[in-house]
Design a protein around this ligand. Sequence first.
Ligand SMILES: CC(C)(COP(=O)(O)OP(=O)(O)OC[C@H]1O[C@@H](n2cnc3c(N)ncnc32)[C@H](O)[C@@H]1OP(=O)(O)O)[C@@H](O)C(=O)NCCC(=O)NCCS
Length: 164
Amino acid sequence: MELSNEGSEDWWEVEALYDLCFAPGRSSLSSYRLREGVPPISGLCLLARDHGILAGAIRTWPVRVAGLPAALIGPVAVHPTHQGEGIGGFLIRTVVDRAEAHGRVRLMLVGDAPYYGRFGFKRLEGVEMPPPTNPDRVLGVGDWDGIRGPVERALPGWRAAGSG
Ligand SMILES: CC(C)(COP(=O)(O)OP(=O)(O)OC[C@H]1O[C@@H](n2cnc3c(N)ncnc32)[C@H](O)[C@@H]1OP(=O)(O)O)[C@@H](O)C(=O)NCCC(=O)NCCS
């Protein structure tokens, strides 16, 4: 299995994997509204390939919560023929480690707590994704103490300003 950063040439291959792994209409999820028109964080968008064939992908976007920068992980998906082999876990752990190494101290995602709990993600009380998101699925890891409020789109130029 080879790990690489996603490049612009990989975009549609990753989209096809997400289409395969998620229910139709995934882009109508509220989390996509936070991503529209915002470039992802390139060093936190990773691919796992098996002899060149895409087996798993993870993307991460900048967002802000209570005026502070945070990183929204997702989507993450592993091809059905490779699920349960540890690829998803490897991608998530790598993103968390890299984000922390780059000083991104607040990571969040929308997902199943029983899966993401093993990577340290916990329910974020009072951090609100755009509706209709089940609050039990809003999870985070890092420095979230006392931070509450709606999750908003990142401001232009934030990455250049050192938020990741
Ligand atoms: C969820 C997903 C990314 C996990 O990747 P993966 O490579 O299959 O996962 P791993 O091999 O790292 O981990 C497998 C373990 O996670 C568990 N698991 C997987 N999805 C889970 C879920 N939604 N809830 C709870 N546990 C889950 C498996 O039961 C397995 O448990 P075990 O270690 O006790 O056997 C992958 O299954 C996938 O792409 N699913 C479809 C798309 C999706 O649902 N994405 C996530 C949105 S929240």
